[in-house]
Design a protein around this ligand. Sequence first.
Ligand SMILES: Cc1ncc(COP(=O)(O)O)c(C=O)c1O
Length: 456
Amino acid sequence: MALAEDLPKIVTGQVPGPKAKEILERRDAAVPKALCGQTYPVVIERGAGPIVKDVDGNEFLDWIGGVGVLNIGYSHPEVIEAVKEQSEKYFHTIFNVICHEGYIKLAEGLNKLIPCRGDVKKTYFANSGAECDENAIKVAKSYTHRGGVICFTGAFHGRTNLTMALTAKKAFAQGMGPFPAEIYRAPYPYLYRAPKGYSEEEAIQYYLNGLKKVFDEGIPANEVACMIVEPLQGEGGFIPAPIEWVKAVRKICDDNGILLIADEVQCGNCRTGKYFASEYWAEAGAAPDIVTTAKSIAAGMPLSAITARAEIMDAVPAGTIGGTYCGNPVSVAAGNKVMEIYLRDDFPAKARHIGEMVMGRYKELQKKYPVIGDVRGLGAMIGIEFVRDPETKEPATKFTANLIQCALQKGLLIENAGTASNIIRFLAPLVMTDEQTEKGLEIFEESIKEALAMGL
Ligand SMILES: Cc1ncc(COP(=O)(O)O)c(C=O)c1O
């Protein structure tokens, strides 16, 4: 059987095995400590589909997928071929000096697919999620001639100076200031943690009141260029923005000449059961003005994109956007092939199928284990939140850390999210077979039992 269809297996008794151990020791000596996390002692030899084979022959089922980069799985043969083919022609041109057709083809494809406002859309490329978000803010400032930006609690937008300022969790920005001015934070609609006793409608109104307060106490609405929202918050805890809240935010933006940016870096590219999560917004009449996307756009090749209607994009003065590697021909070749496969093989449907299996089982587990406070998500982007007590909702941070370790030792890779690191995010490659999904869910439940025995 091909590696891509294998079930997880640990052959070394304990992870890491001897070869991985030796490489990790070299890592610790050669690489800054900040990048040498101890949570996952995994050293890859090969990846295929949703499976990672390590240097000792252990095989892991990967539900992290490079944190949302591998919707298409590891080593998709057609993507490998596309990258090889492009590499043999040329690796690099700086796009504003020498144009290459692959860039234009992918821009045209995204202009068709991205559900932002406007009949005529334009796209340009950057290299990472942080870069595309930073570019979207630059575009919004250029178009509106305003300087203010509103971001949200729980948000994660990256690690450049501007995006660290936009990112909520300050552990990601420790000692890194000063940050750019004119950035204001409003509450993101985290329904599970709304004030006790509130109905969904009341909770949404509560969060909207918090947003409106920013205009009274932070920055007047007519000085705000844009709001940046993750349609389904990733790092913040896998929290979908309720559509009624999005509709109200869209109206606030329209009433005040503010552009609405959807950050689809993590939730885009078929993850949520639509090609882009903001399709759910567009269907409700609340399409964003600008969409950013990265991660699963090119199967792991560095690439990100910014899309908006032509009127907005063409307001940007020459010289203010672009960069040496932006829209690199090899990354773009991967991006074009990935898009062809997502459309041909209906990846949004794959996300819905896997999502139904996982969501169904998580809901069953929730009935059995009070430590599971909440289960939520869209398509195959699912968060499961662990609490010490379902009444107080106190985060079960230690339990979640133990759960990750128990799963790892059984061959399942899972990652946390949320400010208190008490949520497990589901981001498995969408090429996972039903048998692999079932096996992963089985390991997940066994790991819950084992972590419970270790205490809350
Ligand atoms: C929603 C969102 N925006 C932006 C980023 C930053 O992306 P990158 O790490 O590629 O800079 C991330 C990364 O996790 C993300 O999840």
